[in-house]
Design a protein around this ligand. Structure first.
Ligand code: SF4
Ligand code: SF4
Length: 315
């Protein structure tokens, strides 16, 4: 496994970060024992970096997987809270539910612009105090927008940014992959740690996963890349790929052929933006949210790029 420092934080992480959302009730809904076992397999293969969030409900999996480890993995979490009190509660919940004395990285979840960052200032101020008190080692935010990455250029208090980037730019809300990459590179040159999300565009690029992974791995500005993994096979394949080892073409093909489906996430607002972009006419609105006709859906992935809230994912 390759390890890198996250910008100037002094935190050394495996380039492959385990995105834990996929384990929990919002996605694969594994038992705590099953999810913890997957994390343990990843640790055995050199992964030392986990991404979670207040929203994901995956703290119990992490608690179980790390309980006997002398050297704990690096853990990043995040919260949508915008008040001081709310963020304090979120941070405390993370520490309590994972049974850890401090957390390596705690972030504002999904910032859109300088304006939303301003709106979350109280929460960020609290995190900076928590950092001074030793409860957090690094603070930052996650984002799907180029505007927020650019806003961080004038925020020296931000240690880490967790941006969305993939070869096709799927899910970037305000521009292209090239524009996002340029903003990330600039931020990285300033010493901000960068760990990317959605290298496979939320599942839409699974058929071209080798090219998609090659694209992110070649970007030197990405200190680490978070990938959701829900099986031992996926973990072993991705660890080998990230370590630059030969990967079994058969295993890669099996993973690409896995039975997949398009899932409309629960936070769909029913805005309807995706409907007209489906070449198969497989999407429609019912009771205020998008529904997919799985018989017509060809899993082409086009719709995902047109959902402003990243609700359409292929698993
Ligand atoms: S994946 Fe393709 S076919 Fe399926 S709903 Fe989305 S756009 Fe339509
Ligand atoms: S674009 Fe996204 S939020 Fe809007 S209806 Fe489609 S899935 Fe729902």
């Amino acid at each position: 496994m390759e390890y890198r420092f996250l910008g100037k934080t002094g935190i050394r992480v495996s380039r492959l970060c385990f995105g834990t959302l996929v384990l929990g009730p919002l996605q694969a809904n594994l038992t705590i024992a099953e999810g913890a076992k997957l994390l343990e397999r990843a640790f055995a293969l050199g992964v030392n970096f986990l991404d979670t969030a207040d929203l994901y409900e995956t703290y119990p999996y992490i608690k179980r997987a790390i309980r006997h480890l002398k050297k704990k993995p690096v853990i990043a979490s995040k919260s949508y809270d915008y008040t001081r009190a709310g963020m304090k509660e979120s941070l405390q919940r993370a520490l309590t539910e994972m049974d850890i004395p401090y957390i390596d990285i705690f972030m504002l979840h999904e910032q859109e612009s300088a304006l939303t960052l301003k709106g979350h200032r109280d929460a960020l101020e609290y995190l900076l105090e928590a950092k001074a008190d030793g409860l957090v080692r690094a603070v930052g935010f996650s984002t799907h927008t180029i505007a927020a990455v650019r806003a961080a250029l004038s925020m020296p208090e931000i240690d880490v940014v967790h941006p969305l980037i993939n070869k096709r730019g799927i899910g970037i809300q305000d521009g292209t992959a090239a524009e996002m990459l340029a903003a990330i590179q600039q931020l990285h040159r300033q010493g901000v740690g960068i760990f990317a999300m959605k290298p496979l565009g939320g599942g839409h690029m699974i058929p071209e996963s080798n090219e998609a992974f090659r694209f992110v791995l070649e970007q030197q500005c990405l200190d680490a890349i978070a990938v959701g993994m829900a099986s031992v096979e996926e973990i072993e394949y991705n660890c080998a790929l990230f370590a630059g080892q030969a990967v079994s073409p058969e295993m890669g093909e099996r993973l690409r052929q896995k039975k997949r489906k398009l899932v409309v996430q629960y936070w769909c607002t029913g805005c309807g933006s995706c409907i007209d972009y489906c070449p198969q006419g497989a999407l429609q609105l019912q009771n205020g949210r998008a529904v997919v006709d799985t018989d017509s859906c060809i899993l082409c992935g086009y719709c995902g790029a047109h959902c402003p809230d990243f609700c359409l994912k292929i698993y």
